[in-house]
Design a protein around this ligand. Structure first.
Ligand SMILES: Cc1ncc(C[n+]2csc(CCOP(=O)(O)OP(=O)(O)O)c2C)c(N)n1
Ligand SMILES: [Mg+2]
Length: 273
């Protein structure tokens, strides 16, 4: 898929996510809008996965460590064919497989359960190490939030990945500068993330996390450095694509009312034309 097509698809995924959160009356819409382009690039450009064979041993793996944004992972998996599109409407409903955090037992395509922040990267390091032990070619991708990088477990994993020379591991940090109730800069300031990762022995690339061309290039195997794990610091906007949510901390967990929903849908609709 070309970058322009990917951008249109990402926008459709945003719209479906918005509708699901509105109808469910809960979700993490800000962080879902910020990660939409990253997920779209991974599933429709970079990763080798087969919805007909979700447990193919040679598949690439994605761990969405910022598991609170599960809804947009479900929408993306539905677009890719892992789950039925009509099932997205069951998000958060009783007996639905589509819970507030992703569950690998319930949802095909989900590689590991996430939700408690700070655990996806350690799991991803284990996956990448396993591939190395098997001399297998598949790659592991992990997406974390930037606030999530305050969790100490991530830094143990970062050290281990460098020690194991895991050049088959790519960490994408969704760097939207906001966490649950505040800005990172006012909580524990992680900036500059790139220098920190470099100091730990990683190859680092900083990109605009809403630019499909930059995303595709940074995710491609040609831009991997031999023997080094890679970190993509993706500069994003929480609430990206919806003017009144963009870069606003309250939209971490807020749900739009009917009028806000109509306006947001209008803006996303216009952006795709
Ligand atoms: C260990 C742990 N502590 C607290 C939470 C509650 N929580 C859910 S989302 C969130 C903020 C995450 O911020 P960030 O990682 O920047 O994600 P994003 O901005 O992409 O939504 C917190 C504290 C959690 N899920 N896990
Ligand atoms: Mg954040």
């Amino acid at each position: 898929m070309y970058p322009e097509e990917l951008a249109i698809l990402a926008n459709r995924i945003r719209r479906r996510d918005l509708q699901a959160v509105f109808e469910a009356g809960a979700g993490h819409i800000g962080g879902e809008m910020s990660v939409a382009d990253i997920l779209t690039a991974l599933y429709f450009h970079t990763m080798s996965v087969d919805p007909e064979n979700p447990l193919d041993p040679n598949r690439d793996r994605l761990v969405l460590s910022k598991g609170h944004t599960a809804c947009i992972l479900y929408v993306t998996l539905a677009e890719k064919g892992f789950i039925a599109k009509r099932d997205v409407a069951t998000f958060l409903k009783p007996y639905s497989a589509l819970n507030g955090h992703p569950n690998r037992v319930k949802v095909p395509g989900v590689e590991t359960n996430t939700g408690p922040l700070g655990h996806g990267l350690p799991v991803g390091v284990g996956m990448a190490k396993a591939a190395k032990l098997d001399a297998a070619a598949w790659r592991t991708f992990v997406i974390t939030g930037d606030g999530e990088m305050q969790e100490g477990s991530n830094w143990e994993a970062i050290m281990a990945a460098a020690q194991f020379k895991l050049d088959n591991l790519t960490l994408i940090i969704d760097h939207n500068r906001l966490q649950q109730g505040a800005r990172l800069a006012e909580t524990i300031n992680m900036s500059p993330l790139s220098k920190r990762l470099e100091a730990f022995g990683w190859a680092v690339e900083e990109i605009d996390g809403h630019d499909m061309e930059q995303l595709c290039s940074a995710l491609s195997p040609e831009t991997v450095t031999l023997d080094r794990p890679k970190c993509i610091v993706a500069h994003t906007n929480k609430g990206s694509g919806i003017s009144f949510m963009s870069d606003r901390v309250e939209w971490h967990h807020k749900v739009p009312d009917a009028e806000q929903y109509r306006q947001a849908a209008r803006e996303l609709g216009e952006a795709s034309n």
